[in-house]
Design a protein around this ligand. Structure first.
Ligand SMILES: *[C@@H]1O[C@H](CO)[C@@H](O)[C@H](O)[C@H]1NC(C)=O
Length: 381
């Protein structure tokens, strides 16, 4: 009866008038007052990496490529089942559908990147995967038109002329202009540079090779980290998923925490404003700090993704080996549980106002999809 208590908790959460909320322990979601003040949630922008040397190396060798080049260079293909699912490739010698080595986690699209939904003439998805040992992160460029795709490796600079793997459990991702934002569990957010995609040579290593070139564990393209936003509040927060709201003014991002049923830690969501001009968090103070604009204790266990559009929040919940739920929640009201709305193990969410469409990725081996939904199918009460 976990569900009953969850809904009651959410109901209790929204009955607290915002005006009653003064400084309180943001760690504690188990009191009468569930609502938190966004300003308690602080991210601090870190000094950007200097990518200029690497960038000019690849540029002068004709190996600095565009997003559209990667979308046009698909070497695998998803299939569609007519039920709104794109299915990862599985052939006798290739397997993204059931491999345990890489697990899909995050989704974003060209409609997050730019308001028109089209980026360098392309319409597509980006999907993040975490490696079984969390020693590397890859992202997949999926061409929406023909379902061809290619994986690329995320890397972090190592000095000014080398790079290495990104050793994190990548979860949700969000593409905004030329920046790609990736959650870094307890540390905050890492931002990668989509205007610096580099084509490398063959080789198993990641970074400089003995012959003077570069390789990336067999991947043809790498995307380097540009900067990060470090979690600097005094209490822990888990960066599990992230999404963009292009219907808010200004644009904003939403980050949420995944917790298991057995976890006693709070289950929260926070929003920060994001700057459409420089693609950084907005309203940074002189020390580079950005305060959240909204935070909430949500108390839905096993949340795997959330996205806000038009003041409505869509939330995926993984039900272990059962189909996943989609909650429809308008803050101030009781969240509605759309039971078994998705297939098993839904993850991150992304909203595309062109359809409108709602996208998620599912991670259960054998049933790993990019799933597309009509947001109007999600009930809110
Ligand atoms: C948005 O970015 C521009 C360019 O860096 C900057 O001048 C402006 O102050 C930023 N706006 C806010 C509200 O942070």
């Amino acid at each position: 009866m976990r569900f009953t208590s969850t809904v009651l908790a959410v109901a209790a959460a929204i009955l607290v008038p915002a005006t009653m909320v003064v400084a309180q322990d943001p760690n504690n979601c188990n009191t009468e007052e569930k609502k938190r003040d966004g300003a308690d949630f602080v991210l601090t922008e870190q000094k950007a990496y200097d990518l200029s040397k690497l960038s000019s190396y690849f540029s002068s060798n004709g190996k600095k490529v565009k997003v559209s080049d990667v979308f046009e260079d698909g070497n695998h293909k998803m299939t569609e089942d007519g039920l709104g699912h794109r299915i990862w490739e599985r052939t006798p010698d290739y397997d993204d559908l059931t491999t345990e080595k890489w697990i899909p986690q995050g989704i974003t699209t060209t409609a997050d990147a730019l308001d028109t939904g089209i980026y360098e003439g392309k319409d597509g998805f980006l999907v993040s995967w975490h490696r079984d040992d969390d020693s590397a992160v890859r992202v997949t460029f999926v061409n929406k038109g023909d379902n061809t795709y290619r994986h690329a490796l995320l890397v972090q600079p190592d000095g000014t002329d080398n790079f290495k793997n990104v050793p994190i459990h990548a979860g949700g991702i969000l593409w905004y202009g030329s920046t790609l934002w990736v959650v870094d569990t307890s540390n905050g957010l890492r931002v990668f540079d989509m205007s610096n995609i580099w084509q490398v040579g063959s080789g198993d290593g990641v970074g400089k090779t003995s012959s003077g070139g570069y390789s990336a564990a067999g991947y043809k393209y790498v995307i380097p980290q540009l900067r990060s936003y470090k979690w600097t509040s005094s209490f822990p927060f888990r960066f599990s998923f992230v999404s963009l709201d292009r219907t808010s003014t200004p644009d904003s991002i939403l980050v949420g925490e995944y917790q298991r049923d057995s976890d006693t830690a709070p289950v929260r969501m926070v929003q920060w404003n994001i700057n459409a001009t420089d693609r950084r968090l907005r309203d940074l103070d002189s020390q580079g700090r950005a305060k959240g604009i909204w935070a909430y204790c949500v108390n839905i266990d096993r949340m795997q993704g959330a996205v806000q559009a038009n003041k409505k929040i869509y939330i995926t919940r993984d039900n272990i080996n059962d189909p996943g739920d989609m909650f429809g929640w308008i803050p101030g009201q009781i969240a509605y549980q759309n039971r078994y709305f998705t297939t098993e193990k839904p993850e991150d969410l992304s909203y595309d106002k062109r359809g409108p469409w709602l996208y998620t990725v599912t991670e259960l081996a054998g049933r790993r999809y990019i799933s597309t939904f009509d947001p109007a199918q999600v009930k809110f009460s």
